[in-house]
Design a protein around this ligand. Sequence first.
Ligand code: BJW
Ligand code: ZN
Length: 248
Amino acid sequence: MASLPDVMELCLEKARDWVQKASSIAVLTGAGVSAESGVPTFRDAAGLWNQFRPEDLATPEAFARNPKTVWEWYNWRRSIIDQARPNAAHFALAELQQRVSRLTLITQNVDGLHQEAGSQRVLEIHGSIWRLRCTECGRVWIDRSVPLKLLPKCACSGLARPDVVWFGESLPHDVWQTAEVAASNCDLFLAVGTSAVVYPAAGLAKTAKRSGAKTIEINLEPTPISGFVDCTIKGPAAEIVPKLLTAA
Ligand code: BJW
Ligand code: ZN
């Protein structure tokens, strides 16, 4: 009987083969892809949601109740992300985009590390921690200052909020549409470092599978999508993703 490392090797071989043959790839990344860059995840043992309550910090109601508390938390996270650099997984995905005729990178991350690694046309379905949005006029702008002077205001004097997607909020319509189309039309779908519990992002793997794509998951732990993807590779993203690009 094949041992566990053998099964993993076989899976990696299969995944490499699919990557080499694919002409259209969609990749969904989550916090796990930035973990090795020092950016905290949400739901791991040391994750943000084990230290903070999402209902106090990541809902529009929380911001309306106490914008200063929410902004202080985002300022703290901005300071961590500001020090972080892309890791080997970010760089490998950027390189893969150069090699494949079509690669759509869909990220739930707000840190901007994929773009810093060189990925193009990144679909930030949960927004960006570096963008601000006016709660009055809706204007959006980039401010990379760390720390941000609180409370930030728009030119119209309206209060600004982080341009991220909180629980109960809609995803940016066009960005989400493009992500769904990419998942429906790809021949290979990769889910990297996501717990696959937050919807609608978590539904993209099933969309891809239903449309006939091969599906691969890379994660340290099993997730709700592990049961139906074609292949789960257990391991750190910064080690496994570069291996997908090497010759089989
Ligand atoms: C490693 C690793 C390493 C670690 N290598 N791996 C259907 C069913 C049930 C509920 C809902 C539903 N539809 C909607 C909902 C409600 C809700 C929801 O999903 N709730 C569930 C939690 C129950 N969804 C919403 O409210 C969403 N809005 C919405 O649906 O509007 C309707 C609509 C739909 C379609 C179009 C238009 C409108 C909004 C969700 C917003 C989520 N916001 C946050 C905060 C973003 C801003 C910020 O960063 O501050 O997004 S919450 C947080 O979770 C963040 C993340 O992007 C998101 C996902 O987390 P992620 O990335 O998966 O991280 P973790 O920590 O959970 O997992 C890390 C994984 O990595 C783990 O598995 C580790 O094992 C692994 N890992 N190190 C490889 N080195
Ligand atoms: Zn304004």
